[in-house]
Design a protein around this ligand. Structure first.
Ligand code: HEM
Length: 405
């Protein structure tokens, strides 16, 4: 089969290439792809291989070249990437991740429940007014509120910051980023905002809460010496957590509504009821938003007969692994009763496993519950537009009209 250019964001305008991934899983599970504007890359498409690579961080590094599919354009850009903990390996990664992980414990996440429920209820009131709503805007508002609260962003800053976060998350789409300016240029806007916020937090620490103020007070040990984090170290947490939190969760909500429109019976079993956790998990497996993450091999090795060399780029395809028929029976069917439901939508384990997984699960379950309880049906009320992006499978617009139960 002819190779598809999996790095080309344009490819995903017509959806995830499921048939292509199936072919790769069956015929070429470690498939080399030449790249027009880069060194070329391997794609791992089988479940077991993705899980193994996720856990073997010594052989598959995030720090060497970062976790983004596109290459850094200079050493300086690469150094900038490495300040963000998703682009580090243990032990640096462990030290930095630990600084924010207390905010994501099950107890902390559970405390968000009343806020998320109140927002869900308000947003569903709004969409049940008989008018047309872009469900992407609804989902983003909800996801952003949750992550901004957790992060400690003052409410007055939300409207501006959601725009910046969205620009960074969707930087490959010309509607959001008309000049298609590269990611570091857009990231710069977020760093400017973060620097301003840090100055305010340092000036009046009592008036602020959340992850930002914890980071301001945190100590980190390097070479046996403890020091407070510099502004440069703290602002590096902003893109990872805000982008990670905004777009993935929102895309999953939007995809659920799109799937509901495609098949009005899909969620009929839970109509009028709470959403069971398994429905969220199966939605994430079936149409999860993160297509892949990048690693770089640290040593020459063989996998299924392919010779991977030290320095080679390797894409871990979560979109493919979640449909691997070697692991999931009838993988293309949505079936919330499947056992086990051990998808890799949040990663396959290992040090980089999604830090926001519990928060995303709670958020999705509360949103789906509110929709199942109160919405009878959705209809499409305009042209849906898929996002131009090569890492997230999502929608740029999904105009809908909702009917109340
Ligand atoms: C449905 C929602 C979500 C999905 C599908 C998702 C998926 C993922 C995946 C696949 C990874 C990479 C795993 C790996 O490389 O091993 C990841 C990492 C990450 N996610 Fe999520 N995510 C979601 C929600 C969130 C939320 C709500 C937040 C924050 C509020 C978040 C923050 C992060 C961060 C910071 C990382 C990097 C972790 C590290 O490198 O240690 N994500 N996520």
């Amino acid at each position: 089969m002819d190779r598809l250019d999996l790095v080309d964001p344009e490819l995903y305008r017509s959806g995830v290439p499921r048939e292509y991934f199936r072919w790769l899983r069956d015929n070429d599970p470690v498939a080399w792809h030449d790249e027009i504007d880069g060194p070329g890359y391997w794609v791992l498409t089988r479940y077991d291989d993705v899980v193994a690579a996720n856990r073997d961080w010594e052989l598959y590094s995030n720090a060497l070249k970062g976790s983004s599919i596109e290459e850094a354009r200079s050493e300086e850009e690469l150094a900038g990437r490495r300040r963000i903990f998703v682009n580090q390996d243990p032990p640096d990664h462990t030290r930095h991740r630990k600084l924010v992980s207390s905010a994501f414990t099950p107890g902390q996440v559970k405390r968000m429940t009343p806020l998320i429920e109140a927002t869900c209820s308000r947003l569903v009131d709004e969409i049940l007014d008989g008018e047309v709503h872009d469900f992407v805007t609804v989902a983003e508002e909800l996801s952003f509120q949750m992550v901004a609260t957790l992060f400690g962003v003052p409410e007055g800053d939300w409207p501006a910051l959601i725009e910046i976060t969205r620009a960074l998350a969707d930087f490959q789409d010309p509607e959001v980023n008309p000049s298609l300016a590269p990611r570091p240029e857009i990231q710069h806007q977020m760093f400017s905002y973060a620097t301003e916020l840090l100055a305010k937090v340092r000036m009046d620490p009592v008036a602020h809460s959340g992850i930002v103020s914890e980071l301001v007070n945190a100590q980190i040990e390097e070479d046996g010496v403890a020091h407070r984090l510099t502004d440069l170290e703290i602002i590096a947490f902003f893109p990872a957590v805000l982008v990670g939190g905004l777009s993935t969760t929102a895309h999953t909500m939007v995809e659920a509504v799109n799937s509901w429109i495609e098949d009005p019976e899909l969620f009929a079993e839970w109509s009028g009821e709470e959403c069971p956790p398994a429905v969220v998990e199966e939605m994430l497996r079936w149409r999860g938003p993160v297509m892949s993450f990048r690693r770089t091999a640290t040593a020459d090795h063989e996998l299924h007969g392919a010779s991977i060399r030290a320095g080679d780029k390797v894409l871990l395809s979560y979109a493919s692994a979640n449909r691997d028929e070697r692991h999931f029976a009838d993988p293309d069917v949505f079936d919330a009763s499947r056992v086990p439901l051990d998808h890799v939508a949040f990663g396959g384990g290992g040090p980089h496993f999604c830090i926001g997984a519990q928060l995303a699960r709670l958020d999705l379950r509360l949103v789906f519950s509110e929709l199942f309880r109160r919405v009878e049906s959705f209809e499409l009320a305009g042209d849906p537009v898929r996002l131009r992006a090569n890492q997230f499978a999502g929608w740029l617009h999904l105009p809908v009209r909702a009917t109340a139960r």
